[in-house]
Design a protein around this ligand. Structure first.
Ligand SMILES: [Zn+2]
Length: 293
C-alpha cells in the first residue's frame, strides 16, 4: 500500500500538469473501483478548472472551480501516468512495482493543456469521490483522521495528548490514523528507530500523567517529520528501478534504516546492535533491542 511520502510525491508530480488546467474530457472504463463512481462523475468534472491539488493523509484533493472537491485515493495498487508535451511520466515514489497494463486503466483525464492523466489500479481498492468542498470535513473517512504529520499543528504536545493514557504499544498507537494521519508500517518502524524508542513501549509513556509531552514525545515528532521529509526528498530524485530476484521493485529499500532489514547491523551510530523482526498486530515490526528503549 502506498504510504504518505509516496502519495505526496504523486501529488507533486501531478500538480504541475493539473493545477490551472480544465477537464476537457473524462473517460471512465468501468462503473466502479472500490466503490461506484459518483453519479454523473464524468459530466460533473468536464469543464471544471482545477484550482489546486492538495493532500490530507493519503487522500489527494483536487479543488475545482465548481466548488466541488475531487477526492482520489490510490488504494493498494493505484498509480497515475501522465502524457504531456514533455513526454510520459509516472509521478510518485513507490515501494512496490506499479502496473502499466492498459486493462487496468480505469479513468482517463484529458486536460485543456493537452496533458492526459491516466489512473491505473489492478486491484481496485482505490477510489474517487466528488463532493462540495464544505462537506469534506464531515465525511467519515476525514473526520476520523488525526493530525497531519507534516502540518504545523503536529507537535510534541499534540502527539502526547493523543497518546496519553493509552495502554497500547507505541507501534500500535502510531499506526492508528486517529493518533496521527497517514503514517503506515514502514515509517512507524523508521521513526521509532530514529527516535531510539522501542515499538513495544506503552504509548502513554511519551506523556506525563497530566498529558503534557516529555522528551520522548519531542524526539518522536522530530523523527516522524524527518523520516517523511527524507522519503519525499528521495522520491523526487530517485526514480531508478532496481529489480529484486522476487520480481518486486526494491528501488528505495536501501534508504530504509530498519524496515525489511532483519539481521543487518543497526544504523544508529555506535550502537552495534542487530535489526530484529517481531510481529505486532499481525504486521512486521523491525527494530533494534540495543538502542531502542
Ligand atoms: Zn541500535
Amino acid at each position: 500500500m502506498p504510504e504518505l511520502p509516496e502519495v505526496e510525491t504523486v501529488r507533486r508530480g501531478l500538480a504541475p500538469v493539473m493545477e490551472g488546467a480544465r477537464f476537457a474530457k473524462v473517460e471512465l472504463h468501468r462503473a466502479d473501483l472500490r466503490w461506484p463512481f459518483p453519479k454523473d462523475f464524468a459530466r460533473r468534472l468536464t469543464g471544471q478548472t482545477i484550482a489546486g491539488l492538495g493532500r490530507r493523509a493519503k487522500y489527494l484533493l483536487a479543488d475545482l472551480s465548481s466548488g466541488d472537491v475531487l477526492v482520489m485515493h490510490l488504494g493498494m495498487s493505484g498509480s497515475f501516468r501522465v502524457f504531456s508535451k514533455a513526454g510520459e511520466a509516472k509521478p510518485g515514489r513507490y515501494h512496490h512495482a506499479r502496473s502499466q497494463h492498459a486493462a487496468h486503466d480505469h479513468v482517463v483525464f484529458h486536460l485543456s493543456n493537452g496533458a492526459v492523466v491516466t489512473f491505473n489500479d489492478p486491484r481496485r481498492f482505490g477510489f474517487m469521490k466528488l463532493m462540495p468542498r464544505n462537506a469534506l470535513e464531515e465525511q467519515p473517512f476525514m473526520r476520523a483522521l488525526g493530525a497531519e504529520p507534516l502540518g504545523n499543528v503536529f507537535d510534541a504536545a499534540t502527539l502526547a495528548r493523543a497518546c496519553a493514557g493509552k495502554k497500547t504499544s507505541l507501534k500500535a498507537a502510531l499506526s492508528d490514523q486517529r493518533v496521527v494521519a497517514g503514517l503506515g508500517n514502514i515509517y512507524v518502524c523508521e521513526a521509532l528507530n530514529r527516535a531510539r524508542l522501542s515499538p513495544k513501549r506503552k504509548a502513554s509513556t511519551i506523556a506525563t500523567r497530566s498529558g503534557a509531552p516529555n522528551e520522548r514525545a519531542a524526539a518522536l515528532v522530530d523523527a516522524i517529520k524527518a523520516v517523511l521529509n527524507d522519503a519525499i526528498k528521495a522520491g523526487g530524485s530517485s526514480l531508478r528501478d532496481h529489480r529484486r530476484t522476487d520480481g518486486e521493485l526494491g528501488m528505495f529499500q536501501h534508504s530504509f534504516r530498519v524496515y525489511d532489514r532483519e539481521g543487518e547491523p543497526c544504523p544508529t551510530r555506535g550502537c552495534g546492535g542487530t535489526v530484529r523482526r517481531i510481529v505486532q498486530g499481525a504486521r512486521s515490526t523491525f527494530y533494534c533491542l540495543v538502542c531502542q528503549k
